[in-house]
Design a protein around this ligand. Structure first.
Ligand code: ATP
Length: 364
């Protein structure tokens, strides 16, 4: 339904987007995810028609829309700063896009009231925006975006002004509403948890390029490079620089203060002939043992945080007090370890990732 083909955008000499291609199917909820400045908002603005790409094509339903005016693109937009009209009531705010379309007053108010009911703000329609909480203003902005039954919805960090708890409620509500209406939706966010929670697919961007486009599971379980691996997941994946030593069929990862024999049945990419790799292990794929086991890595506990259902344990590898070789492990909360205790780590060989340290690309 929406297709970006080889989109690049330059602002003077600086490149905000480089050769971005993306396919979005009807009814999909897609998140554009990445750190500040990676080009998320620029992509959204190009979809909205508020910015022109330097090169590349934008298709809606198979037709090129590069030169279609924003008002003719049939989209609903919600911005970070809801941008409600302060001098209009909630009802008039919601009905405003219909007024622009010259829909009669009675009809547009009826429609606005219906949408307000759907978003559970029908008790607030006589109020002015200044009399609303952040969460309520967010809903009014959503209602206004939906009033004209747009073909698709663009959301630019729509929850960033809400407190942590409300954010979770609102994001669930947005997802529920999106599924109910079946409306194709694109959300811009820098919050990987938010993207994982709402989206069918995530496009993860860095430096104006799409690093990976796939389902939340694909990005989490099969990251194509170090950037994606580290960006997805909280606490983040542990990354350790190692040398990959090959001895016949045996493969050893040698890091600062440890040797780890690779037992994985997964094949290494045979094109990779180098030795410098990065070992990636998610915090819940490591186990702590108090006794040395075969192929375990000695470590020392430096921090224990009780999170409730589990414990976050930070350990140091090797004996060098100045090391930066720290690992975070998520353990069952009944595991008792204390500061400075010597422990041994075992890794789930099937669950670890190995990357080419130089290019960052995954090699297993
Ligand atoms: P954030 O999360 O901080 O909003 P973003 O991922 O949405 O970031 P963009 O706003 O798309 O990033 O910006 C991408 C790059 O383009 C940045 O380096 C930014 O400085 C640059 N940029 C964006 N708009 C302009 C502009 N109007 N003029 C010059 N440079 C711009």
């Amino acid at each position: 339904m929406i297709k970006l083909e080889g989109i690049s955008k330059k602002f003077g000499d600086s490149t905000a987007l480089e050769n971005v291609s993306l396919d979005i199917k009807r009814g999909e909820f897609v998140a554009l995810l990445g750190p500040s400045g990676c080009g998320k908002s620029t992509t959204l603005m190009i979809l909205a028609g508020l910015l022109q790409p330097t090169s590349g094509k934008v298709y809606f339903d198979g037709k090129i829309v590069n030169h279609v005016e924003p008002k003719d693109r049939d989209i609903g937009m919600v911005f970070q700063s809801y941008a409600l009209y302060p001098h209009m009531t909630v009802l008039d705010n919601i009905a405003f896009p219909l007024k622009q379309r010259k829909v009669k007053k009675k009809e547009r108010h009826q429609k606005a009231q219906e949408i307000a009911a759907m978003l559970q703000i029908d008790q607030l329609t006589d109020r002015m925006p200044s009399q609303l909480s952040g969460g309520q203003q967010q809903r009014v902005a959503m209602a206004r975006a939906l009033a004209k039954d747009p073909l698709f919805l663009l959301l630019d960090e729509p929850m960033s002004n809400l407190d942590a708890r409300l954010k979770v409620d609102v994001r669930d509500e947005i997802r529920r509403l999106q599924l109910k209406l079946g409306i194709t939706t694109i959300i811009v966010t820098h919050d990987q948890e938010e993207a994982m929670a709402v989206a069918d697919k995530i496009a993860i961007l860095q430096n104006g390029k799409i690093q990976q486009y796939g389902t939340p599971d694909e990005l989490f379980m099969k990251p194509v490079n170090l950037f994606v691996a580290h960006f997805m997941g909280n606490p983040p994946m542990n990354i350790l620089k190692c040398d990959l030593l090959r001895n016949g069929n045996e493969r050893i990862l040698r890091g600062d203060g440890f040797d780890y024999k690779l037992l994985s049945t997964k094949k290494l990419n045979t094109e990779f002939k180098g030795t410098k790799v990065a070992l990636g292990a998610r915090p819940h794929h490591l186990q702590i043992s108090k006794v040395q086991l075969e192929n375990s890595i000695p470590a020392k506990v430096v921090l224990v945080e009780q999170l409730g259902r589990e414990k976050l344990i930070k350990v140091m590898l090797g004996d060098n007090e100045n090391t930066t070789n720290f690992i975070r492990i998520l353990s069952p909360s009944d595991l008792n370890v204390s500061y400075n205790e010597r422990v041994y780590l075992t890794l789930d060989s099937e669950a670890i990732h190995i990357f080419d340290e130089e290019t960052g690309k995954v090699i297993t």
